[in-house]
Design a binder for this molecule. Structure first.
Ligand SMILES: [Zn+2]
Length: 190
């Protein structure tokens, strides 16, 4: 539940204790020196599925975790931005690619790493893309060319599988789901 232990209060530097505060239902890190209760909540990871004709743009990761494996452009949402802004920014940062954002496509909870992954469909506006700082390579893939065994995260392969299934059906809808702990691979950051 609380996968990352906290030792010291980020407000005053005193040691914290893990307990259920009065009126609460879950254990929190509590500071007895300054009375701060450290609430911690899941992080949002936002990305896009950039399409060009019958291809999808993927990025080869240059950073850990899963360096050298392929991902859709995605990353942690920043403070003060919307989910749409995060998708546009991450796509620009990782693939220097400009997109027109489409509909929300997947919303996947990854509770064992305290993350929620969210992907939008998108239209690539031009072919002027290149690897950003966090990518080794950026390329367009047809469905038959997708490197399924070299996909970095299960939220990415899940999103791509839904994408191709819906495209075959000729109808795209939102897919909400979860990647559970019992699964063989554990997702971390994208
Ligand atoms: Zn404190």
């Amino acid at each position: 539940m609380l996968s990352d232990a906290m030792k010291f209060c980020s407000n005053c530097g005193s040691p914290v204790a893990l307990r259920v505060p009065p009126g609460d239902t879950l254990p929190r890190y509590v500071c007895d020196s300054c009375s701060t209760i450290h609430y911690r909540n899941p992080l949002m990871v936002i990305g896009s599925i950039p399409e060009w004709e019958d291809c999808v743009l993927l990025c080869k990761r240059a950073i850990e975790p899963r360096s050298g494996l392929w991902t859709l452009p995605a990353g942690f949402m920043e403070l003060g931005e919307t989910t749409a802004q995060a998708a546009l920014r991450e796509t620009l940062e990782e693939a220097t690619a400009r997109i027109e954002l489409g509909e929300l496509f997947t919303l996947l909870s990854v509770p064992q790493v305290n993350q929620v992954h969210l992907f939008y469909r998108a239209k690539l506006l031009d072919l002027d893309f290149s690897p950003g700082y966090e990518s080794l390579d950026v390329a367009l893939f047809r469905e038959s060319e997708i490197p399924w065994k070299e996909i970095a995260f299960r939220t990415i392969s899940t999103t791509l599988r839904h994408f191709y299934a819906d495209r075959k059906d000729g109808r795209f809808r939102v897919h909400a789901g979860e990647i559970l702990q019992s699964e063989r691979r554990v997702d971390a950051t994208p």
